[in-house]
Write a protein that binds this ligand. Structure first.
Ligand code: GLN
Length: 485
């Protein structure tokens, strides 16, 4: 069963070939047997999953099943789950049992999707390798010596190894697309405001967005149908109708205009990665798309702008973790100040502290104009570049990452090199656009992802373009050695 897509599993459930209980059990068994190698789950919720699976089967028996009823999925441990530990992979929240559900969790529960567990991630979603988790790094199923990418590395590894048919992720600067690329799966970061952020622990509020990670664009469409939509509990969630993302998957691509930004094809990309991206462009030409060169002149400023904006917002968001109301508290504080400083000093890891310090500095009186305001102005220029591009083309295509999965420990001592892993993904968050990554080939046995970027609320077009590509290629069906059976 584990080699099937959600669309296939859903058809199997509908035909009564297996029950949701059987399906859920088979994934729980795989997690038990195989996750010792990967460390992709922080918490396994087998009992809850089976209870939900029984309810899904009962619902189906009554003829009330929807397309995802009975399909088990995993959730990134950044989403609040009522009664279940929600840690953000931080010592700070190691003891936190959420009293409520995130909207994304509620929507999947209402659709009838049993939750298999909570997936590992970089601490507070800060990282590109899943090495900043207090629960230890996640391994890439394609090579256990390598990282799965981050910050949604647990979700990516679990899906790639078929420990779950799909998982949720969040993407602030690339955290759905980059790990999807490094593990050979498909993931989409929707337009900012498309999916509710309520109950999704905030990293950088103006950039964070949740999205699905699965094997195919079709599966992502089914999942986004559930996730997307207005939520009055998130003031940045946009009240705009949600199309059925599966309805347009089969549209032919003839005449689709694809922009190839010259800045994304410049040096820095590994030659083998470049070759895969060029092959993807050739495939799109064969499908009738018209590929044209474009320029995003300010995209080189996206990493520096992001590393002012994101830390600034994180320093403000993470101020709530003070050891008073919930989360980690240091032992025997002398006084209130000691309680604050030691709880935070002991509860947060090095990367989170680095960001809080950078952000606090950038927001300080006297520096605000020089850094934060400047970065916001650059952000506008980046968004304007895309706006100009989308007046000429329908979608933009480029690499998701400059390299394939790197070795564990390879970049941990050099934060700036680590930050550059997101060089092609970050501009999309700064502009608030939707972006998708899907597998497009291999370089030395490791998956390579191609990125498609769309205009605002144009997720359907990205999913259509990815689905058509996947109808003519089979990269998305490959299984890492050791996880076949
Ligand atoms: N790697 C980027 C960072 O560390 C992006 C993380 C994310 O998208 N959550 O900030």
């Amino acid at each position: 069963m584990h080699n099937k897509t959600i669309a296939q599993l859903s058809a199997g459930l509908a035909r009564g070939e297996f029950s949701s209980v059987e399906l859920t059990q088979s994934y729980l068994e795989r997690i038990k047997r195989l996750d010792v190698q990967l460390n992709s789950f922080i918490t396994q919720t087998g009992d809850l999953a089976l209870e939900a699976a029984r309810a899904a089967d009962a619902r189906r028996a009554k003829g009330e099943a929807g397309p995802l009823t009975g399909i088990p999925i995993a959730h990134k441990d950044i989403f609040c789950t009522q009664g279940v530990k929600t840690s953000c992979a931080s010592k700070m929240l190691d003891n936190f049992i959420s009293p409520y559900n995130a909207t994304v969790i509620e929507r999947f529960a209402a659709a009838g999707c049993p939750m298999l567990g909570k997936t590992n991630m970089d601490e507070f979603a800060m990282g590109s390798s899943n090495e900043t988790s207090v629960y230890g790094p996640v391994k890439n199923p394609w090579d256990l010596q390598r990282v799965p990418g981050g910050s949604s590395g647990g979700s990516a590894a679990a899906v790639a190894a078929r420990l779950a048919p799909a998982a949720t992720g969040t993407d602030t600067g690339g955290s759905i697309r980059q790990p999807a690329a490094l593990t050979g799966i498909t993931g989409i970061k929707p337009t900012y405001g498309r999916v509710s952020r309520f109950g999704m622990i905030a990293f950088a509020s103006s950039l964070d967005q949740a999205g699905p990670m699965a094997h195919t664009a079709q599966d992502c469409a089914l999942l986004l149908n559930v996730m997307a939509g207005f939520d009055p509990r998130d003031s940045t969630c946009v009240d705009q109708p949600v199309p059925d993302y599966t309805a347009t998957l089969d549209q032919p691509l003839k005449g689709l205009k694809i922009g190839l930004p010259k800045e994304f094809f410049a040096e820095g990309m590994e030659p083998e990665v470049a070759a895969v991206i060029e092959a993807a462009v050739a495939q799109y030409r064969q499908l009738g798309a018209i590929c044209v060169d474009i320029s995003l002149p300010n995209s080189g400023l996206s990493v520096p702008a992001y590393y002012v904006v994101a830390p600034a917002e994180c320093s403000s968001n993470l101020a709530r973790f003070d050891g008073v109301r919930y989360g980690y508290r240091c032992a025997q504080p002398k006084d209130l100040l000691d309680l604050y400083t030691r709880s935070r000093g002991e509860g947060f890891g090095a990367e989170v502290k680095r960001r809080i310090m950078v952000g606090t500095y950038a927001l300080s009186a006297g520096y605000y104009d020089a850094y934060y305001l400047k970065a916001q102005k650059v952000r506008r220029l980046i968004a304007d570049d895309f706006k100009r591009a989308f007046s000429e083309v329908d979608i933009i295509l480029g690499p998701t990452t400059p390299t394939t999965a790197f070795k564990l420990g390879e970049k941990t001592d050099d934060p700036v090199t680590m930050y550059l892993s997101d060089i092609y993904t970050i501009a999309v968050n700064l502009a608030g656009l939707p972006g998708l990554s899907m597998p497009a080939g291999f370089a030395q046995g490791l998956p390579v992802g191609v990125q498609l970027i769309g205009s605002y609320f144009d997720e359907a077009r990205l999913l259509n373009a990815a689905h058509q590509y996947q109808q003519h290629t089979d990269w998305h069906t490959r299984l890492p050695t050791g996880f076949e059976g």
